[in-house]
Write a protein that binds this ligand. Structure first.
Ligand code: PHE
Length: 351
């Protein structure tokens, strides 16, 4: 290397040795390799040299470049290490501080109840089906044998959509029966959980609530199957083997015969306890699917028949988990949820 370049190497090396911070080291990098840098100037001067000298000097400058680069690199590592060490020495960790509180989310008892009910019916072979919250008159009423002017329409306190004559918020999950039959042919076994709406609000009614619908169509399905299925469900859901279950004659336009299902309980002024207590609590509606409904859906009624049922989710949750105020489900009160909510792991079956 020429004397000139050797000198330059010494000068740069000295500068690098003296650098005390990463910022200073960076400034040196610019001073050497920047546009007007010390080595850059030498590289530029190559252009004026005759070819032979150019090659020779070029190589020398390159060697210098490599030396300087590795000096910079080493120093950079040294300085980074000391800066980290210094920082760590300055930093203090107060191990007496408590950890930051964090909230573990909980499932609303409605979500939990839908999961529990679904699991029981899935074990019996029912598949889950979902329908839209915004329905039309045909699916919510007409196809279910509730023609216009039928008194049952008044009972439903329907929310109609503004400006949309035919659109409404479904008043029950029964339209999912119709929508399923439009797509699938029997035999079939479905449950349909979802939101339902009625213009009603007091201690025991909220304008939005949840139902789970069930539909089972096959050859030779009869009322005995309905009774067995619902009885098994009630006993498994409430976890009481000998829970009394009663079928009381009732009326729904879309089932014939129809029944209301009551479960046994003990009642006094201060409490209700599910079980064998001599009193009854109504929990759901059911019946054999009406011929007219099946005909609307083009089901061959000579071949297929079956049953349907509909159950209110909030009611089930209130009875099973001792929740006394229906409206509390929708208050979004974190304290309430911490008390009545469920861990997300609750629904995963233990091995
Ligand atoms: N749809 C009925 C209701 O909302 C419940 C029901 C469903 C009854 C299916 C019979 C059969 O009250």
């Amino acid at each position: 290397m020429s004397v000139e370049l050797k000198n330059l190497e010494k000068i740069i090396e000295e500068k690098i040795t003296k650098a005390r911070t990463l910022d200073e080291l960076n400034a040196i990098r610019v001073e050497v390799f920047g546009k007007k840098g010390l080595i850059t100037a030498h590289l530029k001067s190559l252009a004026d040299l005759p070819e032979k000298d150019r090659k020779e000097k070029g190589k020398k400058i390159n060697d210098l470049k490599n030396i300087v680069n590795s000096l910079l690199q080493n120093k950079n590592k040294n300085l980074s290490d000391t800066e980290i060490t210094k920082k760590l020495q300055k930093e203090e960790i107060d191990i007496t501080l408590t950890t930051r509180p964090y909230d573990q989310g909980k499932l609303n008892p409605i979500t939990q109840t839908i999961a529990e009910v679904s699991t029981i019916f899935q074990k019996m072979g029912f598949e889950t089906a979902l329908g839209p919250d915004i329905e039309d008159d045909y699916h919510n009423f007409t196809a279910l044998n509730i023609p216009p002017e039928h008194p049952a329409r008044q009972l439903h306190d329907t929310f109609y959509l503004k400006g949309e004559k035919n659109k409404l918020l479904r008043t029950h999950t029964s339209p999912v029966q119709i929508r399923t039959l439009e797509k699938k042919k029997p035999p079939l076994k479905i449950i349909a959980p979802g939101r339902t709406y009625r213009a009603d609000s007091d201690m025991t009614h909220t304008p939005m609530f949840h139902q789970i619908e069930g539909l089972y169509l096959d050859k030779n399905v009869n009322m005995g199957h309905l009774k067995g299925c619902i009885m098994d469900f009630c006993r498994e859901f409430f976890e009481i083997d000998n829970l009394p279950v009663r079928f009381r004659p009732s009326f729904f336009p879309f089932t014939e015969p129809s029944a209301e299902i009551d479960i046994g309980c003990f009642k006094d002024k201060s409490q209700i306890k599910i079980g064998d207590g001599g009193s009854w609590l109504e929990i759901m509606g059911c019946g054999m699917v009406h011929d007219k409904v099946l005909k609307h859906c083009k089901v061959d009624t000579k071949k297929y028949q079956g049953f349907a049922f509909g159950v209110g989710v909030e009611r089930l949750a209130m009875l099973k988990y001792g929740i006394s105020d229906l409206r509390s489900f929708f208050d979004s009160d974190i304290k309430w949820l911490n008390n009545f909510g469920f861990s997300i792991f609750e629904n995963i079956e233990k091995i």
